[in-house]
Design a protein around this ligand. Structure first.
Ligand code: COA
Length: 325
């Protein structure tokens, strides 16, 4: 049995259309200043009409495969993290498999809201560790703009679209050192989208189909800070490490204040944190692999660096991965 899986390539992709805070000022009662101060977000990207989650995932996956030097026929597992699938089925992994010309490998999606990529990475890591896969494509991709209520200023300012990808291969040395996953369904009513094929698409009191994100922002904020602080401790303790050992924090890009709180917990200066939230807001499952790709491509993240990835989202779900890049 091989001991570790290792990230051998990263990639990301954003849709073309930019929606700035100034644009949002025309849509809801808000201001660029308020949004920047409370969230750190400057703009977000919005998928074009008809552009789907898988459409965004295709270039991200190709870039990761190119960086890894891997051909489509080498991929023997696809795990696709998303909350906004193109359709009910086939799953986004299967749709991506077809688009990339990959034949006959297991391909499935994992849905854990903004934590979906960390969950997908954890699943793929286990396949590789057990010898059930030798070259895995792990995706985090979203078109969250499709489930945003653009008349609700408390959520419309936060979210955007994008895709990130990594390729994993077996290695004798770490690699992915450990992953830690949590869910507390007790908090299901703090962050949710209440429609689906089974529950139905019933109109609300205003006669609208409520197919959009509902969020108790303040409560989610507090639980996110607490849970991410705890998972940092859990990850360090599980590996007998001191916080000073971490070279880079690559957090879910939801809100700069949540990111700063986690960095503070790690006693890390912000120049050791990869921050991309200003450029694209909260892209849910895409956020961590896009931030990792940004750090790798601009040369900050180097081979051998010890990196803590973490994410938090609806469920509530949260998770971390400690990796030696
Ligand atoms: N523009 C201007 N004012 C706004 C606003 C906006 N876009 N959204 C809310 N406000 C107002 C509120 O109505 C409130 O006004 P009031 O005091 O007159 O009632 C005031 O600003 C403060 O609202 P509050 O919700 O307490 O603000 P906040 O500091 O908690 O910031 C969030 C709101 C949404 C930015 C913040 O709660 C947050 O980031 N939560 C976590 C969200 C998140 O990351 N979710 C995803 C996790 S994956």
């Amino acid at each position: 049995m091989l001991k570790y899986s290792r990230i051998v390539g990263t990639g990301s992709h954003l849709p073309e259309k930019v929606l700035t805070n100034k644009d949002l000022e025309q849509m809801v009662e808000t201001s660029d200043e308020w949004i920047r101060e409370r969230t750190g977000i400057g703009e977000r990207r919005i998928a074009a009409k008809g552009e789907t989650t898988v459409d965004l995932a295709v270039p991200a996956a190709r870039r990761a495969m190119q960086a890894a030097g891997v051909d489509p026929d080498e991929i023997d597992l696809i795990v696709f993290g998303t909350t906004t699938p193109d359709q009910v089925f086939p799953n986004c992994g299967a749709l991506l498999q077809d688009r990339l010309g990959i034949r006959n490998c297991p391909a499935f999606s994992v849905e854990a809201a903004c934590s979906s990529f960390i969950y997908a990475l954890s699943v793929a890591d286990k396949f590789i560790k057990l010898g059930d896969a030798k070259c895995a494509l792990v995706i985090g991709a979203e078109t969250l703009s499709r489930i945003v209520d653009w008349s609700d200023r408390s959520t419309a300012i936060l979210f955007g679209d994008g895709a990130g990808a990594v390729v994993l291969k077996p290695a004798d040395e770490a690699g992915i050192i450990s992953t830690h996953l949590h869910t507390d369904g007790f908090y299901k009513d703090l962050l949710y989208c209440p429609v689906g094929p089974s529950k139905g698409f019933h109109p609300d009191e205003q006669g609208r189909i409520p197919a959009y994100i509902h969020m108790a922002g303040n409560e989610v904020f507090k639980i996110a800070v607490k849970s991410l602080g705890a998972i940092v401790d859990e990850t360090l303790a599980a590996n007998g490490l001191d916080k000073s050992a971490i070279d880079w924090l690559i957090p879910h890009q939801a809100n700069i204040r949540i990111i700063q709180a986690t960095a503070k917990k790690l006693e890390m200066s912000m120049d050791k944190v990869i921050v991309t939230v200003e450029q694209h807001g909260n892209t849910s499952a895409a956020s961590v692999p896009m931030a990792l790709d940004a750090g790798v491509r601009d040369g900050r993240v180097k081979r051998g660096d010890l990196i803590l990835l973490e994410a938090f989202g609806g469920g509530l779900t949260w998770g971390s991965a400690l990796i030696r890049y």
